[in-house]
Design a protein around this ligand. Sequence first.
Ligand code: GLU
Length: 375
Amino acid sequence: MAIPALSDYQRLVVKVGSSLLVDAAGRLNREWLASLAQDVSALQQEGHEVLIVSSGAIAIGSAVLGISKARARLPDLQAAAAAGQVQLVHAYQEVLGRHGIAAAQILLTPEDTENRRRFLNARGTLARLMERAVIPIINENDTVATEEIRYGDNDRLAARVAQLVMADALVLLSDVDGFYTADPGKEPGAQHIPVVARITTEMESMAGETRSDIGSGGMATKVQAARIATHAGCSTIIASGAIEHPLNALQTGARCTVFTAEGTPAAARKQWLAGVLEVRGTMVVDDGAMRALQGGNSLLPVGVVRVAGAFNRGDVVAISRPDGKELGRGLAEYSASEASQICGCRSEQIEDKLGYRGRSVMVHRDELVLFDNDR
Ligand code: GLU
């Protein structure tokens, strides 16, 4: 199977592991980071969108606060993350700024990607940043994430982010250059696998529990991340970041493992929406809106005749014709009470009706599936 190239992908989430960025004494490797920023700038200039999920806050902050990771308790690590995060983001801001690129900090918890209201909020913010070619620097919000509800490692966080923004590639940069049949550090006979079309349980057990001393992820969390992302239509690349210009190296054929996606991100999102069982309400639309939806547009308040049901922002609603025929379904951008106040309004009238600026769409086109005509 041909190995896809980085330039085949439009929207890339790049995950940077702690061990690449920070040495054992908690010092940031600024040269390496500068080389990454240069690669990101080159990708942007070629028309790609890049988001970065970066670890490193705890490693940097532990040095700042004099915390030894071996003896640290969760609140110590959280404090370290808080102190390290400012330095981490500042470093990104500085290296990207040299290329005239702005950086933005995004801190997420698992709830933010699982609760659909928060999911829509995060997605909306990230979409605006990407429209403006700002690079989001994303990390776990370690201050509020407690033991039970932590991602724990940024590999899975990065996969959830890829799913959230409908990225078509997730690049996991770490100290290994791909997936091997066994831990190459321990078994010299371990074989590198360049392309994985389907993740098997056997592969998951091969991934084992390898860990590096600085970060918290290992090969097992990378394979789990690949499972989440590929299922969401996003190919996942495990590649070495132990060299300068790691993304450029990938462009020019550096060794890596590509887990190829099942379908596209849009198809995966639509399949998920079509399969959701709890539909909480209905938006009844007019002919103009129906044609707009069929043309691939979002549902605007002006095209909604009335709403029914008790739904919140982020709930799934049916989209129907006045005669009751269901056209499709999507995630409501507004609750039922807000939606009923603004239906029939043009977007610029929303603020008058609701008392705040709000959003311009009732259902975003990415969060919408239309059924075939015969349904
Ligand atoms: N949020 C943690 C940090 O910034 C990283 C978690 C991980 O090791 O991936 O240090």
